[in-house]
Design a protein around this ligand. Structure first.
Ligand SMILES: Cc1cc2nc3c(=O)[nH]c(=O)nc-3n(C[C@H](O)[C@H](O)[C@H](O)COP(=O)(O)OP(=O)(O)OC[C@H]3O[C@@H](n4cnc5c(N)ncnc54)[C@H](O)[C@@H]3O)c2cc1C
Length: 452
């Protein structure tokens, strides 16, 4: 096997220095022990990606695609001798069409950069993970990322029209369309979205843009002395069918972490805070209904505001939640999602499990989607995730599945959750998934050991 062939094939954009390679070995989840890659290819075009994949296929080398490295399930963790393909330099917005409300972009475009470009035309790119200033569109597609606005505008999959991807044999395929509808052939776009780099490397995407809201949003911030009451309020808001554009929940431990760091003026009696927003022409009326749902469910404080600066400040605080919690210690960030009618039961279970295992488990939720992030905090000095944390996390998974939920709402399976996949999918579905994987990646070189 000669790396010179690879260097020659991709025009020299290959890193082999062990010190430099180290920066590309893991994502935000630091408890998966990375192996040492043979090299990192800094791709600048689909042709570079094809050359890297062909070289890897010829030499049976595992390939790890990498975007912004903000994933939290070990999806970009390296193995010894693997080849990392970084898409972070492919940052062109190749087309932005206000007429057809779409954009064609390379995979390394930062999520928030695309949204800003769209806003200049009165449009927006709706999916907005909290990491939107650092994660890439390629990573968002590979994980089918969600975000704060998804309660109204859908997750990444709902904003994808078509893709270009390099398959495991180096061939370049185009999937989907640029029309509003279209059903030709199997839905390979849907298959690639959320496949975590295990079926192909995405080199371009045709994405749906939407009109940016014309009216300023109206925001409701409600404080509760009971977490389960806050969850009941979410379910009441969902039932009221007023179409919130944002519905986020933070528990007491999360608010304390934020207060320690950013001094948000947390009241001693507050156990949970709900942030709701409406952004349509009837935003004021919708916000009023949401405020009433909070009051009826025993909110201690309910504030309604149409001040955009104040709303932006509140959302910034919410987006800082993970970073604030990470100041408390090492973290295992979980991602269960349940039918929204089951939110009160799920929150109650997380509280019960945290107490039973005597663990700090601050929980923040894209509550309008039924998506909870219980964060298991433990001593930073420990060499690995302690058994008690895994046992508690497993109980959380079990409750979520029993309530008709799923192991991961948006972060993906990565290396972290493969162990539990069978419990959700069952044998026959697992076999169908493996058949797809084997058909598209017979050599098993595409991000092996991840997602399935
Ligand atoms: C502070 C913080 C907040 C977060 N908030 C959210 C949130 O609100 N919602 C949410 O969904 N996630 C969230 N995340 C998780 C993370 O940001 C998302 O999973 C994001 O989509 C990852 O994008 P990335 O570019 O960093 O991808 P990476 O971490 O580089 O990669 C993620 C996965 O995608 C694969 N991949 C990357 N690029 C490609 C490509 N071009 N082709 C094929 N496969 C590829 C990788 O192999 C890996 O399996 C958060 C993370 C942090 C640190």
């Amino acid at each position: 096997m000669t790396l010179n062939e690879l260097v020659h094939a991709v025009g020299g954009r290959v890193i082999t220095d062990p010190d430099d390679v180290r920066d590309f070995c893991h994502d935000e989840h630091s408890y998966v022990k990375p192996g040492r890659p043979c090299a990192v290819v800094i791709a600048e075009s689909a042709a570079d990606v094809q050359a890297a994949v062909r070289w890897a296929a010829e030499h049976r080398v595992p390939l790890i695609p990498r975007g912004g490295g903000t994933g939290i399930v070990g999806g970009t963790a390296t193995t010894d001798g693997c080849l990392v393909v970084s898409l972070a330099r492919m940052t062109a917005i190749k087309e932005l069409s206000p007429q057809d409300e779409l954009a064609v972009v390379e995979p390394g475009v930062i999520n928030a950069d695309l949204d800003r470009a769209a806003r200049a035309h009165g449009l927006m790119y709706a999916p907005d993970p909290s990491s939107y200033e650092t994660c890439t569109i390629g990573g968002n597609l590979a994980t089918n990322a969600g975000g704060l606005r998804c309660v109204k505008y859908g997750v990444t999959r709902d904003s994808v029209l078509g893709l270009e991807a390099v398959l495991a044999d180096g061939s370049l395929i185009r999937t989907g369309r640029r029309t509003v509808k279209g059903v030709t052939g199997y839905d390979l776009t849907g298959l690639l979205v959320g496949s975590e780099g295990t079926l192909g490397i995405i080199t371009s995407a045709t994405l749906r843009l939407r009109p940016a809201p014309k009216h300023p949003p109206v925001t409701v911030a409600a404080e509760f002395s009971s977490l389960v009451d806050a969850a009941e309020a979410v379910w009441a808001i969902v039932r009221a069918s007023v179409g919130p554009s944002l519905l986020e929940l933070m528990d007491r431990a999360t608010l304390e972490a934020l207060d320690d760091w950013r001094h948000i003026g947390l009241d001693a009696k507050t156990s949970a805070m709900l942030l709701c927003q409406a952004d349509g022409p009837d935003a004021a009326a919708a916000a009023q209904v949401m405020a009433e749902c909070c009051t009826v469910n025993r909110a201690a404080v309910v504030a309604v505001s149409d001040d955009e600066a104040e709303a932006a400040q509140l959302l910034d605080v919410r987006r800082m939640a993970f970073t604030a919690i990470e100041r408390m210690g090492a973290c295992l960030i979980e991602d269960v999602c349940v039918p929204r009618s089951k939110l009160p039961e799920m929150f109650a279970a997380v509280e019960r499990i945290a107490a039973a295992y005597d663990l700090a488990v601050p929980t923040v939720a894209h509550a309008g989607d039924g998506n909870l992030h219980p964060v298991f905090v433990f001593d930073r000095g420990l060499p690995e995730i302690p058994r008690a944390v895994w046992d508690a996390a497993e109980e959380v998974f079990r409750v979520a599945l029993d309530l008709g939920g799923t192991l991961t709402g948006e972060h993906g399976v990565g290396t972290l959750k493969r162990h539990w996949l069978g419990a959700e999918l069952g044998d026959a579905t697992m076999a169908a998934q493996l058949a797809i994987k084997n058909a598209l990646d017979p050599l098993g070189i595409m991000n092996p050991g991840k997602a399935i």
